[in-house]
Design a protein around this ligand. Structure first.
Ligand code: ZN
Length: 227
């Protein structure tokens, strides 16, 4: 099978995956209606969920395939309005998938906090405490720039008065990170009800990262979710 055929096959998988994970976003409460969007990079092109169609009504042929410089190559529907953010993350990192949510816990946190602090050691899987990017209008280059600046050192960013974005080596990994981020934001909110939360130090997070690396080299590779 040639490279073009292999990419076509992978794109078919990506279209079906994007439809399935869109429905999961609704079921898991990470988005409502048509909010949020997901994408997968295949070679030099990106398959991205369409704009303005309810997740349960998106068909694989609606999914848009767009070149990294923004040329739409296929797909019946309009490209997601957050294309600048998705494409910018692919151009500046090794991400193979991006998930953008409007999940309640991270949106609520973003209104008054400048970051999601290290309330639990699994935040090491996101690269450490997750900064909140200052509010900029949806679909703007400014929003993309803010997300990209965080993604240089993190697998997740929180967008003020808006939502969150995560990246991964696969759509599954990017999606699991979106769930993890939402869970961490909930833990932080709950902890504030008990008093002044103890936050993990940079040294403690570095120790967690070192231990994960040691276990990876010493035995079977640990999945992120197994930490
Ligand atoms: Zn959005």
């Amino acid at each position: 099978m040639g490279r073009v055929e292999a990419d076509e096959r992978e794109l078919d998988f990506a279209r079906r995956d994007l439809v399935a994970y869109g429905v999961r976003m609704l079921e898991d409460g990470l988005a409502v209606g048509t909010a949020g969007n997901l994408s997968v990079r295949v070679g030099d092109v990106v398959a991205i969920s369409p704009s303005g169609i309810l997740y349960r009504e998106i068909a694989p042929e609606d999914v848009c395939v767009v070149s990294l410089d923004g040329q739409k190559l296929s797909g019946k529907a309009t490209v997601s309005s957050e294309w600048p953010m998705h494409s910018g993350i692919y151009r500046s990192t090794d991400a193979r998938a991006v998930v953008h949510t409007h999940s309640a816990e991270v949106v609520a946190l973003s209104l008054s906090q400048s970051e999601l602090p290290a309330v639990h050691y699994v935040i090491a899987g996101l690269g450490g405490p997750v900064p909140v990017v200052d509010y900029v209008r949806f679909g703007s280059d400014g929003l993309a720039d803010g997300a990209i600046s965080v993604m240089a050192s993190r697998n997740a960013a929180i967008l003020q008065n808006h939502g969150a974005v995560t990246r991964g080596a696969t759509l599954q990994q990017a999606y699991e990170r979106a769930l993890l981020l939402e869970w961490l934001a909930k833990v932080y909110r709950l902890s504030l009800g008990y008093g002044d939360p103890r936050i993990l130090t940079a040294d403690e997070l570095a120790e967690v990262e070192a231990e994960v690396r040691r276990r990876r080299y010493g035995g079977p590779a640990l999945e992120d979710g197994a930490r």
